[in-house]
Design a protein around this ligand. Structure first.
Ligand code: GSH
Length: 316
């Protein structure tokens, strides 16, 4: 099999979720460091437009969004599982809540002036560029005010503590996808913005649970430069739909858009840059687009169905 290449940057919470899952499943991986803000020419060469972090490259197949990457890693190595049979629905729904509600509360809390000063105090120009970049990404969403975010974050931490009081991990003796999704936002507060981390002190069982997750580590990783990753895509044929690392291939037509159509796929909110290509799969779980890139050659770009908008491309 082609190497697993994670495109990410150290401070990214959703990347920390995937780094830990790679460690949990003991999967070796290659690490490509990408910029945190636009422009991202090497990213877009592979994704065709999607600019969020992280994404996973396997040869000339590009898997966007950490939820889809979880499915890919589970398909590749089913043990230890992210989705225990008796928790299948609830752990995915909990993860979705954590990746949305908990994440945005944690971000708005952590990046109040004191937190932003810690992150960018030494480089105010970078702080301004980061703020402008994220502002442009914020479509179809309301921004939480710091005080409201603080209230929500405190409540969420108490609820997570109720779970961590009961078992070593949120749903039992072993971690599942819910743990990794709940962890990454709290990790951001604790590790990236320590001046804001005192909010965690009211829930010591959450801190102990975080220590257990952190102990999992990131597994065996080697660095790769972005140009080498693009050359790998260039030199590799993408996998035909149905034999890639996704679980299903049956066509599910909810949009009246036949396979073979020219389409765009874009995130519903936050980071609306679309990827355009030929629709080669639209299954229960994901969309796959085929696109030709001047630098990366023929690539297949995959997105989860949930959270993404499929449209027919405008005629040129
Ligand atoms: N639903 C996406 C969310 C990813 C996301 O919002 N990532 C943040 C970084 S942690 C991001 O893309 N920020 C802008 C950027 O890195 O360009 C996922 O699960 O992967």
């Amino acid at each position: 099999m082609n190497d697993l290449i994670l495109h990410h940057y150290p401070e990214s919470p959703f990347s920390e979720k995937i780094r830990l899952i790679l460690g949990h499943k003991k999967l070796p991986w290659k690490s490509v460091r990408i910029p945190a803000i636009l422009p991202k020419p090497d990213v877009v060469a592979l994704t065709g437009g999607y600019r969020k972090t992280p994404f996973l490259q396997v040869g000339a197949d590009i898997y966007c969004d950490s939820a889809l990457i979880c499915d890919v890693l589970e398909h590749l190595r089913s043990e230890p599982t992210l989705y225990p049979a008796h928790l299948k629905g609830v752990c995915r729904i909990f993860a979705q809540w954590a990746d949305q509600q908990l994440f945005w509360a944690a971000m708005a809390y952590s990046l109040q002036p004191k937190g932003a000063q810690h992150m960018f105090g030494a480089n105010p120009e970078l702080g301004k560029a980061f703020g402008d970049d994220r502002k442009a990404m914020r479509v179809n969403m309301t921004q939480l005010r710091a005080a409201d975010a603080t209230s929500a974050y405190r409540s969420y931490l108490r609820r997570i503590a109720n779970m961590a009081d009961e078992h070593d991990f949120l749903f039992g003796a072993e971690p599942c996808v819910a743990d990794f999704s709940a962890y990454h936002s709290l990790w951001y507060t604790r590790v990236q913005v320590p001046p804001m981390a005192d909010i965690l002190n009211a829930t010591p069982s959450v801190i102990e649970w975080m220590d257990r997750i952190a102990a999992i580590g990131h597994g065996p990783m080697t660095k790769l430069d972005p140009a080498a990753a693009i050359a790998i895509a260039q030199a590799t044929e993408p996998q035909p739909a149905g034999s890639n690392l996704l679980i299903d291939s049956a066509f599910q037509d909810d949009h009246g858009i036949p396979l073979g159509s020219r389409v765009t796929v874009a995130a519903e909110s936050f980071g609306p840059e679309p990827t355009e290509g030929e629709l080669i799969a639209a299954t229960r779980t994901h969309y796959s687009l085929r696109r030709e890139d001047p630098r990366a050659g023929l690539v297949h770009v995959h997105f989860p169905r949930i959270g993404y908008v499929l449209r027919k491309a405008e005629a040129a």
